[in-house]
Design a protein around this ligand. Structure first.
Ligand SMILES: NC(=O)C1=CN([C@@H]2O[C@H](COP(=O)(O)OP(=O)(O)OC[C@H]3O[C@@H](n4cnc5c(N)ncnc54)[C@H](O)[C@@H]3O)[C@@H](O)[C@H]2O)C=CC1
Ligand SMILES: [Mg+2]
Ligand SMILES: [Mg+2]
Ligand SMILES: [Mg+2]
Ligand SMILES: [Zn+2]
Length: 450
């Protein structure tokens, strides 16, 4: 049977993959300059250009592909990454290169959701009352409204990935000035915009321009009343706040993480933890001062006066054979979902010891080497997730049923398939916004080269 003619697109993909397989760097570069989207295209059996170059030992092609931001994660139909292929065929200079390239640049460890510092916090301005007051009434200042620690949002479906995005509703001083004067309202100074205006702006030329300040307004007023302040009619307060907190853009997620954690702290610590008296807000909403002049908390620096952060270790435990990892599921997880083990750090405990203790408590597995990888603020309500890879020194699982319903070793192949192809009913991994997902992805890409 005569083979069907290739479409123009298929033909260019084939030429690109062929150039990678032959190590023809000039041809590969020329095609990439013309059509940058070729970079992660796949051909026969899911092989990418990176895999073909890794298979045939073309170091300079692998290097060029990585410098163009090529994705190292994809697996072929045999569930092998480019790293696995280079290693299998004995091209250790290439497998080392694939394991070593800078994590952030190569996309192995992307920026974590909730962690973008969109605003410049300008913490030194928190004690400058005159400056803060001037910012509050400035017409360019941006206010965000929170009802019982939930942000008011509007929904837009125009994101390029066609995912639903929630957008924070922004208000100006005139629209909220009555609200912020009420005694029970909490006003949090979040920082100032980092973006610079166009140099044509007259205030920039005069030297009088200041970047707009942002404030969060926390109130327990009736949500329906608050919604009446909106100019648009598609604004709302999400019904399941925890799930909805994962629907923001990266820019806004970072702002929400800061604002929500501080507001939750005010909500839960209205009275002085030292003597039980009332407190007042200070320092742009980043401090609570006890109103009892005799209180010990007023002498020296007292940590109960400042917002709390709870450190939590979260770890991907790697099997001693380096080819499997340990994941667990809580009863509350959706069917089929497994995630990294996690637990609160206890007082007087180092990160490594907390990792070893939590893993042994929850799964019975003993851990030796622990390596810190990355962290993520998790404003539910105020955790700092400290992500680690840990190497197990024992393999028998004995689950603590109070904390975990089930724990299991999964092979690299099972994980790579679930990550790459998704929709695997036997193993569903947590969403990409979580540090658990990113630690798992990191292990697959780096092959746990501890
Ligand atoms: N972003 C992510 O990828 C993930 C985030 N997490 C978060 O990590 C946190 C800790 O994980 P768990 O397995 O629940 O911890 P865990 O294994 O330490 O068990 C929780 C228990 O620890 C006790 N506890 C000790 N200190 C606590 C504190 N400061 N606050 C609340 N409870 C405390 C309580 O009895 C609680 O029931 C959770 O809040 C969860 O939201 C958990 C997994 C993934
Ligand atoms: Mg736990
Ligand atoms: Mg635990
Ligand atoms: Mg614990
Ligand atoms: Zn007190």
């Amino acid at each position: 049977m005569a083979s069907l003619p290739l479409s123009a697109k298929e033909e260019i993909v084939e030429r690109f993959l062929d150039a990678a397989a032959r190590g023809d760097l000039p041809q590969l570069r020329m095609l990439l300059t013309h059509t940058p989207s070729l970079i992660n295209q796949t051909g026969y059996s899911g092989w990418t250009a990176l895999m073909l170059a890794a298979r045939n030992g073309h170091y300079n092609v692998v290097e060029a592909l990585l410098s163009h931001g090529c994705d190292k994660l994809p697996v072929n139909s045999s569930s092998q990454t480019a790293y696995d292929i280079a290693k299998f065929w004995g091209h250790s200079h290439i497998s080392n290169l694939l394991a070593q390239t800078d994590d952030r640049c190569s996309g192995v460890l992307p920026e974590l959701y909730f962690s973008r510092e969109t605003l410049d916090r300008q913490s030194d301005k928190r004690t400058d009352k005159t400056w803060l007051e001037a910012q509050q009434s400035d017409p360019n200042t941006v206010y965000l409204l929170f009802s019982n620690v939930n942000p008011m949002v509007s929904r837009c479906e125009e994101d390029k990935s066609s995912e639903v995005l929630d957008k924070l509703c922004r208000f100006r001083y005139d629209e909220v000035k009555d609200l912020i004067q009420k005694p029970k309202t909490k006003l949090i100074f979040l920082g100032v915009e980092k973006k610079k205006p166009p140099s044509s702006c007259s205030q920039v030329q005069e030297g009088s321009w200041e970047p707009p300040a942002w404030f969060a307004v926390g109130t327990d007023e009736d949500a329906t009343e608050l919604l009446k302040r909106c100019r648009e009619d598609n604004c709302f307060f999400p019904e399941s706040p925890n799930r909805n907190l994962l629907k923001f853009s990266e820019e806004e997620a970072g702002i929400v993480a800061h604002a929500r954690s501080v507001l939750v702290w005010h909500d839960r610590y209205s009275f002085c933890p030292t003597c039980g008296s009332g407190t007042s807000l200070e320092e742009g909403g980043h401090k609570r001062r006890c109103l009892n002049s005799e209180c010990r908390s007023l002498k020296g620096v007292h940590n109960t006066c400042y917002p709390r952060v709870d450190p939590v270790v979260i770890m991907l435990v790697v099997h001693p054979d380096r080819n499997q990892c340990l994941l667990g599921r809580k009863k509350s997880f959706p069917v089929g979902m497994f995630s990294c083990l996690a637990g609160f750090i206890e007082p007087g405990e180092a990160i490594e010891d907390a990792v070893r203790r939590e893993v042994e408590e929850e799964s019975g597995v003993k851990v030796g080497l622990v390596r810190y990888i990355c962290s993520q603020p998790w404003p539910m309500p105020s955790n700092l997730m400290i992500g680690c890879l840990a190497i197990a020194t024992s393999t028998n699982i004995k689950v603590d049923q109070n904390e975990i319903e089930e724990a299991q070793w999964f092979t690299r192949q099972q994980i790579a398939e679930s990550l790459h192809r998704g929709a695997n009913p036997a193993l569903m991994l947590p969403p990409s916004q979580t540090i658990a997902h990113q630690l798992i992805r990191y292990w697959i890409c780096k092959n746990a080269n501890l």
